[in-house]
Design a protein around this ligand. Structure first.
Ligand code: GLN
Length: 229
C-alpha cells in the first residue's frame, strides 16, 4: 500500500497503478504503453451509435492507433456482427489490446495489426473498405507536451500524444489515405483537441469527405470530428 501511495505521489496515473480503467462501462487493461482511456473519447462511441443506428449489420470498422483498444473493442462489443481492424505502431500496446479483445470476447471479429500509418502505403495492410474509420490520434502540439499535467507528460506514451509541430500531423496522414479506406456513404469519426475541428475540416477539403457538426464532450468542447464520404 505504501508503495502504491508513493507511486501516486510521484503523479503516476491511478490507471497504471491499478492496471485497469473503465471505458463505456467496460473494464480495460492498461499499461504505460497505452494512453489511459478517457471519458472524452467515449464521445466517439456515442457518435458511432447514433450515426450507425442499426446495430445488427456486419459493419466494417477500422481504428487507427489502437492503444488499449478501447475504441474498436467497445464498438465490436456494441455492434455484435461488426468486424474490425486495428492498427498499432507499438508492440507493447498491441499486446494490451489483444488481452482486452480476448477479455471482451470480441477477438474473433478483431484483426489487430502491428503497423505505422505514418508510412506510405500502409493502407494496403489494413484492407477495407470500411463503413467507419475511428481514431484518437496523437494531437498535442509537440512543444506543449512538457507543459501538460505530470500524469500525462511524464507517464503517458509520447507516441500517443505527439501530433507534431502544430498537433495536426496525424490528421494529414489519415486524410491522404481515407478516400481509399472508406466506402461511399461511410464515415470518419476522429477525436480532436480543443479548437482543432475547423483546422481538421480544412485538411479534409478536396478529399471527397463532407464535414458534419462535431460531437461535443461532456465539457461542451468539440471533441469528435465527423466526416461523411
Ligand atoms: N486527450 C489527451 C490529453 O489531452 C490527448 C490524447 C491525444 O493526443 N490523442 O491529454
Amino acid at each position: 500500500m505504501r508503495e502504491l501511495t508513493a507511486r501516486r505521489v510521484q503523479r503516476e496515473p491511478m490507471a497504471y497503478i491499478l492496471g485497469e480503467r473503465e471505458f463505456w462501462g467496460l473494464p480495460f487493461k492498461v499499461s504505460p504503453a497505452v494512453l489511459v482511456p478517457r471519458p472524452d473519447s467515449e464521445t466517439v462511441i456515442e457518435a458511432a451509435l447514433a450515426l450507425l443506428a442499426d446495430r445488427a449489420p456486419p459493419w466494417r470498422i477500422l481504428d487507427l492507433g489502437l492503444g488499449s483498444g478501447c475504441l474498436l473493442l467497445t464498438l465490436l462489443h456494441e455492434f455484435r456482427a461488426a468486424r474490425g481492424v486495428g492498427l498499432e505502431i507499438s508492440e507493447a500496446a498491441l499486446a494490451v489490446a489483444r488481452t482486452n479483445a480476448a477479455a471482451l470476447h470480441v477477438e474473433d471479429r478483431a484483426e489487430l495489426l502491428l503497423g505505422d500509418w505514418r508510412q506510405p502505403d500502409w493502407h494496403d495492410q489494413v484492407g477495407g473498405p470500411f463503413d467507419l474509420l475511428v481514431s484518437n490520434p496523437p494531437y498535442i502540439e509537440a512543444g506543449a507536451i512538457a507543459g501538460l499535467m505530470p500524469e500525462v507528460s511524464r507517464f503517458e506514451p509520447k507516441l500517443a500524444l505527439d501530433g507534431g509541430a502544430d498537433g495536426l500531423a496525424a490528421y494529414r496522414a489519415i486524410a491522404a489515405e481515407a478516400p481509399r479506406l472508406v466506402t461511399p456513404g461511410g464515415r470518419l469519426l476522429l477525436e480532436a483537441g480543443e479548437g482543432q475541428a475547423p483546422e481538421i475540416h480544412k485538411i479534409f477539403q478536396s478529399t471527397g469527405f463532407t464535414p458534419e457538426a462535431p460531437w461535443k464532450d461532456l465539457g461542451g468542447i468539440d471533441r469528435v470530428v465527423s466526416l461523411r464520404y
